[in-house]
Write a protein that binds this ligand. Sequence first.
Ligand code: RNT
Ligand code: ZN
Length: 421
Amino acid sequence: MTSQIEKNFEHANKQYQELGVDPNKAMEILKEISISIHCWQGDDVGGFEKPGAKLSGGGIQVTGNYLGKARTIDELQSDLLKAVSLIPGSHRINLQASYGDFGKKFVERDEITIEHYQNWIDWSKRNNLKLDFNSTLFSHPKANDGFTLSNNSKKIREFWIEHVLRCRKISSEIGKQLNDSCIHNLWIPDGSKDIPVDRAGRRLLLKNSLDEIYSDKFPASHMKDSLEGKLFGLGSEAFVVGSHYFYLSYSIKNNIMLTLDTGHFHPTESVADKVSAILPFISGIVFHISRGIRWDSDHVVILNDQIIQIAEEIIRSKSLDKIHIMLDFFDASINRVGAWVIGARATLKSLLYALLQPWDLLLKYERENKYFQRLAYLEELKTLPFGSIWDYYCLKNDVPVSTKWIESIEDYEKEVLSKRV
Ligand code: RNT
Ligand code: ZN
């Protein structure tokens, strides 16, 4: 029997076909896109170095105290699997170094090895997931004065260099074991609250630290590097050592990818516009999809103009092999597992929306300088039955359709999360 969802799809399919768009093709492409789901939404960027660890320092903040935060690796893995079961497609999990399996003892960041992440690798294999990795240079006493790789103290710089060297090696081992290149992303909190006099000195220190870090080479089939800059952070309002321009220059010169976090720019700056400006010169772009409200607030991603414009530029670039989509938000004021699902589904929806555009037609009008027609079509596309294609995609990929997944999160909260006290 044909379900209502299938009937709706048939109807929508016709409308898109009339415009020269093939929704089946769009769904095929979408299925091949994996997004990297950030582990840190599950426990407010706490990690497992010490029991009850809290995010501290680094100018990022998690607000809220909703019940059910994951306290152990087992809990976090169970929460992640719950989220993944409600997101269509096959995806990746993005880890921080601070989320290792350290047993009962404390392991310093310059002592971590692959054995601390074996648990995650085995879990990923069992669940058909892939992994990405991040060095963790915040929430640590050696980051307390606001500087890590650009610290004035040689000893502190060396400590962090050793940490990142180990993280890159671990990433390479992860990629090798999972037979899929692991992306290692580096973000550092370095910066100052007030106006510094020696910006150049700090940037030179950072450059030298990075040169040492990236002198170690790994096969691209095992790991790839990316660098993430920022405009400002809480406590680094006047100066951020690793700014966008700094890393843009460094990445291009050293054949490293660049991470664009959508919360790390001026609120009116278009991150979507950067794709075509950077792509011809760089080995790859990593997106940290986030939603800033007034500042880098890391709100849960929703289907808004900003994310649609980014998805459009990603799809139009026809360079999906060079673009990696990761999520980066943290909200502790609502059900954390539900937050993952909202953000991941919104990101996938934006990509599907972009894939359903009549590119040939729009391009034709643009080339003929027919800007009225271009604008009119773009506007009419907004009210085409996009939701019917999305629902059908969810149905085909065995995840709950439309609002149905919300109940599933409510049940999980009742049965699992609310018991974590
Ligand atoms: C911070 C950066 C960074 C972090 C994670 C936890 O502003 O966005 O990516 O969010 O490493
Ligand atoms: Zn980020």
